[in-house]
Design a protein around this ligand. Structure first.
Ligand code: KG4
Ligand code: ZN
Length: 386
């Protein structure tokens, strides 16, 4: 795709339990790319999944179907790109039925609302196509394909993790991503509910996984330990809140794989060790919950930071960055800052899943990686960075 001096991208993210749509404007400048966030909308499903203690894929799929069209209208209005279509010019959405036939609820909403609006002034549609929950990913992909066909726009498929890597550069409303020669090689610690990876990025299109978790992701371990302690889902923020009042030396938890020479992680042994400790304590009180939270968090953060340090010493990157939901953890941010004073930490508004980060990643992919409206794009729940 040719990228004009000013490129506007509509980005869609539905890989897990957040339905998100953003509209970004990117301008290539001498010192890098200047991004303006024209709209950034998220509809969180946390309350819906909380009673189940985790994300239920089919519920997520149902909610994405419900949320996408209203979110699109809100995003277009927020960006100033919303224009009602005069009745006589209403385009037909009939041809889009095959694309949306597996999402009947979404199709109904699409057919009701989309003919009423004019094609907005955007240059491309971007969508997360993996990794994530496939039923959830498919809804976003099919919606994006339908929009791309309706408005005759290229479609840019984005790896969700490329979005988390970009999030470290983002600031609310407007920000710069510096020229490649000032950033790369970039070492990113990605820590979320589904991933724990150390990634070395050579340029916006090429990544190498230096190490990854062999079992649970860091966020998953926070969520599971929180559940053992009787704390609500999602557990990460709960653990860090209780840890503030606890003693991080009260319990000695293991630092799995810290002494192994590679850059991989493992959190399941740490989680099990918390479970065994709790079995030894028949009666729990607030102090025990706080102390276990603090001691567990200390062990998890210790491993994350030390492995990042090891990767740094081995690969000498120009920049170190953090991304993913667990990047909201204050202890992790503090320790990384202490170890790497110039580390790029994402704003807390962009640590969790959002579509703006997908839009930023899409911009850098847009010159080489896009599909025409007619082509098929498939969800890939196990998509890897490459
Ligand atoms: O990136 P994200 O929003 O979704 C995935 O792609 O997985 O990450 C969600 C994860 C959850 O496991 C949540 O418990 C964790 O991020 N999390 C935290 C904190 N805030 C969110 N973990 C530790 N400390 C936090 N403050
Ligand atoms: Zn994520």
């Amino acid at each position: 795709m040719k990228t004009p001096a000013r490129t506007r991208i509509l980005a869609i993210e539905t890989s897990c339990d957040e339905t998100a749509i953003a509209i970004l404007e990117a301008r290539a400048e001498k010192i890098g790319v200047r991004f303006s966030i024209l709209a950034d909308k998220i509809s969180s499903q946390v309350a819906i999944h909380a009673p189940f203690g985790g994300v239920v894929p089919n519920l997520a799929k149902r909610e994405h179907q419900k949320n996408l069209v209203p979110l699109l209208l809100l995003a277009l209005k927020e960006s100033g790109l919303f224009k009602k279509s005069p009745l006589s010019l209403r385009p037909t959405t009939y041809a889009l039925q095959p694309i949306l036939e597996r999402e009947p609820d979404l199709l109904k909403r699409f057919e009701k609302e989309l003919p009423k609006i004019e094609k907005p002034q955007i240059d491309a549609v971007a969508v997360t196509y993996g990794p994530g929950l496939e039923p959830a990913l498919w809804v976003g992909i099919n919606f994006a394909r339908a929009l791309s066909k309706l408005w005759d726009l290229p479609l840019i498929p984005v790896n969700h993790l490329e979005g988390h890597i970009c999030s470290a550069f983002m600031r609310p409303s407007a920000f710069h991503v510096p020229l490649s020669k000032h950033i790369f090689p970039l070492l990113t610690l990605i820590v979320s509910g589904g991933h724990t990876e150390l990634v070395l990025t050579k340029n916006h299109l090429s990544h190498k996984i230096l190490g990854e978790t062999k079992d649970d992701a860091a966020g998953e371990a926070f969520d599971k330990v929180a559940k053992m302690l009787g704390l609500p889902y999602p557990g990460g923020p709960e653990i860090s809140k209780h840890a503030l009042k606890g003693n991080d030396k009260a319990y000695e938890f293991p630092r799995p794989m810290l002494s192994s020479p590679d850059l991989n992680f493992s959190f399941s042994g740490l989680k099990t060790s918390v479970l065994y400790k709790l079995q030894d304590i028949p009666k729990r009180n607030a102090k025990i919950v706080n102390d276990i939270s603090a001691s567990f968090q200390e062990a998890a953060v210790d491993v994350l930071v030390k492995k990042t340090e090891r990767a740094f010493k081995k690969f000498h990157p120009k920049t170190v960055a953090l991304g993913g939901g667990v990047a909201a953890n204050d202890l992790l941010r503090e320790r990384l800052k202490k170890t790497f004073p110039n580390v790029l930490l994402p704003e807390k508004a962009f640590t969790g899943d959002n579509a703006a980060m997908i839009g930023v990643a899409a911009y850098f992919l847009s010159k080489t990686k896009y599909v025409r409206p007619k082509e098929i794009l498939k969800a890939n729940g196990a998509l890897k960075l490459s």
